[in-house]
Write a protein of this length. Structure first.
Length: 312
């Protein structure tokens, strides 16, 4: 399928003009909708490098944390029970390891990825092809509300009230891949909308991961072909976590072992106590102390005073 971003210069200028209006800003605020314009300090820096980056983003809740890794999970709408289980399990395990899961909140794989991420400890994010105040599909309203309740975000480049048109959905895929460090495909036919996200991801230089399936299953034709062409074969979150990174500042990153990523992701430049770290990670005291010792020995964190830990 063809990836497409319509020429919307006039529409973009019209929205930008509205965003400069106090009346429109008050309308957004009343609806609980935030916005950010490209080039602003809080615009996602990971998107800024791409020529097709949206000129503005509307969002409810929060934007992804730039200091945490993010993985997009996409796949077939008409998925199998195998695909549903794999998407949900992998998303949950990624979230429990401190990774932000990003999806399009569509029916099928996207929905189960969001559900799995909501069972984890890390906020998850949905990129819509409608305005952020329009839950699409409508039956996902519980997912929509839970994403916001658990500190995640609903994000779109389309203004409030926009019900979405056909080209909005393939266009939004560039944002899904753009906000992510890796893209995981769980079930996709040979000609699938999910492969549009892969095309964007490849153009953006992102790593592609794919869950393998039976050779006789049409839903696995797309993913099996991706693996043949070099995508990382993924059967669990560990396959992704072994190679995922946690960013430590705007222009520097280090590789963190998957079993240490969750703890490392909550350590900051301001010292924290063991009790605070236990509260934020839900790890046991023995797990925390063992992992803190390893991070100290690896030189990733420091202990300024006894019982307090901070980024080095």
């Amino acid at each position: 399928m063809e990836k497409i971003v319509k020429n919307t210069n006039e529409w973009t200028e019209e929205i930008l003009e509205k965003l400069n209006s106090k009346e429109y800003q008050d309308e957004l605020k009343k609806a609980g909708v935030n916005f950010v314009i490209k080039g602003a300090p809080d615009y996602p820096k990971i998107l800024m490098q791409y020529k097709e980056a949206p000129e503005f983003l509307f969002y409810k809740g929060n934007l992804p944390d730039p200091n945490k890794a993010a993985v997009a999970i996409v796949g077939a709408r008409g998925c199998s029970s195998y695909g549903r289980k794999m998407a949900k399990d992998i998303a949950r395990d990624l979230s429990n390891s401190g990774v932000q899961v990003i999806s399009g909140m569509a029916r099928g794989i996207d929905s189960y990825a969001a559900l799995g991420a909501l069972e984890g400890d890390t906020p998850t994010f949905a990129i819509l092809g409608t305005g952020v105040d329009v839950c699409y599909p409508a039956e996902n309203i519980d997912i929509y509300e839970q994403i916001l309740k658990q500190g995640g975000g609903i994000i779109s480049e389309y203004p409030m009230g926009d019900g979405g048109t056909g080209w909005h959905f393939p266009a939004r895929n560039r944002i899904i891949s753009g906000l992510s460090n890796k893209v995981l495909v769980v079930e996709a036919k040979e000609r699938s909308g999910s492969l549009i996200t892969v095309e964007w991801a490849l153009e953006q230089g992102k790593d592609i991961c794919a869950v393998p399936g039976r050779a006789t299953d049409k839903l696995s034709n797309g993913t099996n072909e991706l693996i043949k062409n070099g995508a990382l074969m993924t059967t669990s979150a560990k396959d992704i976590l072994d190679d995922v990174f946690v960013s430590v500042c705007e222009d520097q990153s280090i590789n963190i072992r998957s079993d240490l990523a969750k703890l490392y992701s909550v350590i900051e430049s301001t010292p924290k106590t063991v009790d605070e770290l236990i509260s934020e990670t839900k790890l046991s005291y023995s797990e925390i102390t063992e992992q803190l010792l390893e991070l100290l020995m690896l030189g990733y964190i420091a202990q300024p005073v006894d019982g307090y830990y901070e980024l080095k």
